[in-house]
Design a protein around this ligand. Structure first.
Ligand code: SF4
Length: 371
């Protein structure tokens, strides 16, 4: 394609995105393949415009509490996979989690993300473990008055309903890829359809859903385009991409060289494909230094703010920037003001959730809902 033709093709896709028309696989592959500097610049500018159109200059901030690093699974990319003897294991008491959640709330975050590995202590003891989790959600909700996201892995459908009753607003569960073959290589001995089904069940239980992909782990551009279409089909409310970070003690430790630029371009493409949804910039990959490029690509949520001094871990970078207090609201605020962006108010975030929930019509979940 000549440069003129490519410019025309890009403008046509931008126009479609402006009208909230679904992008085709061909459109997505085109956007993901752009490597010309001026076209890339135009793509990023359009992504920022799309964010402003739907969110003005508001950015949402998520506090992250990794409450248990135990896990029964052995995903090949993950530091916390069950057989990894090198990883740091802990399980926080509910009191410690609530304390950390209160600190995050006081610092100005909009949501508390309660994340854990598929810890048998919670998931394999029946009612006893489930009650511990739902009790934690209720307590965090009542002590902080903030929306709560729960990221517990694959859980029984009935528990998803209990999460919603306990006050959870979000269920996060990342497929990481929508290529079944790659999925089976990454998430060993896990069921692709069961994992996908949990997102539909969560919506049916009244929870908003976050779905996501991992890049740099053997995925191709077509796979990413297919993922975007799959995430649109499930009508995901928040869509994230994260780069694979090689983890000590895991089978993929020296298999894939990191390409930080790829994640940034995918964020811009996600914004074009999902102009009115939440798209995170995670501090978990490149820390605070990696925030600006992700915001420049159209992200509108900063995730993985972790309070220091409580022995809490991140996921992909278990320690980066945490004890230095660089994953804090104050540190993020400084970057936002340089970008002419601002931290939203809690009411603005709650109002987005309310409007979004009203869009989640149970009868039409399997249809794509654009804007
Ligand atoms: S990615 Fe999640 S489910 Fe897989 S091993 Fe890591 S913590 Fe467990």
């Amino acid at each position: 394609m000549t440069n003129n033709n490519a410019e025309t093709a890009l403008e046509k896709i931008i126009e479609k995105s402006d009208k909230c028309s679904p992008l085709t696989k061909e459109d997505l592959v085109f956007l993901l393949s752009i490597d010309d500097v001026s076209l890339k610049k135009r793509l990023f500018e359009a992504a920022r415009d799309a964010r402003s159109q739907h969110f003005d200059n508001k950015i949402f901030l998520y506090g992250f509490l990794y409450l248990s690093t135990y896990c029964r699974n052995r995903c090949r990319f993950c530091y916390f996979r069950n057989p990894n003897m090198a990883s740091r294991r802990y399980r926080k008491d509910n009191d410690e989690v609530v304390e950390a959640a209160k600190r995050l709330a006081a610092s100005g975050v909009h949501l508390i993300d309660l994340t854990m590995g598929e810890d048998p202590y919670f998931l394999d003891r029946g009612e006893k473990g489930f009650k511990k989790l739902t009790g934690l959600i209720s307590e965090v909700k009542s002590e902080t008055s903030l929306p709560v996201m729960i990221s517990p892995g694959v859980v029984p459908d009935i528990l998803l309903g209990d999460f919603s009753k306990a006050g959870a607003d979000w269920y996060a569960c990342y497929q990481e890829t929508h290529n079944r073959k790659l999925f089976s290589k990454l998430r060993l001995d896990q069921n692709y359809d069961e994992r996908i089904g949990k997102k539909y069940s969560a919506h049916n239980s009244g929870l908003l859903i976050e779905e996501g992909i991992l890049t740099g782990v053997g995925d191709h551009i077509e796979d990413i385009a297919d993922s975007i279409i799959a995430m649109r089909e499930m009508d995901a409310d928040q869509i994230r991409v994260m780069s694979f970070v090689p983890q000590e003690g895991t089978p993929l430790f020296d298999k894939f060289p990191a390409d930080p630029q790829k994640e940034i371009q995918i964020i811009a493409v996600l914004r074009m494909a999902f102009p009115d949804r939440l798209i995170p910039a995670s501090l978990d990959i490149d820390g605070l230094d990696g925030l600006k490029p992700r915001l420049d690509a159209g992200a509108n949520v900063v995730t993985s703010l972790v309070p220091p001094g409580q022995g809490l871990a991140g996921v992909a970078q278990s320690e980066l920037d945490i004890e230095e207090d660089r994953r804090s609201v104050e540190s993020v605020k400084r970057i936002l003001s340089d970008e002419s962006l601002r931290v939203a108010t809690v009411d603005e975030y709650k109002s987005w959730i309310k409007i979004r929930c009203s869009h989640v019509d149970k009868k039409t979940l399997k249809e794509s809902v654009a804007c």
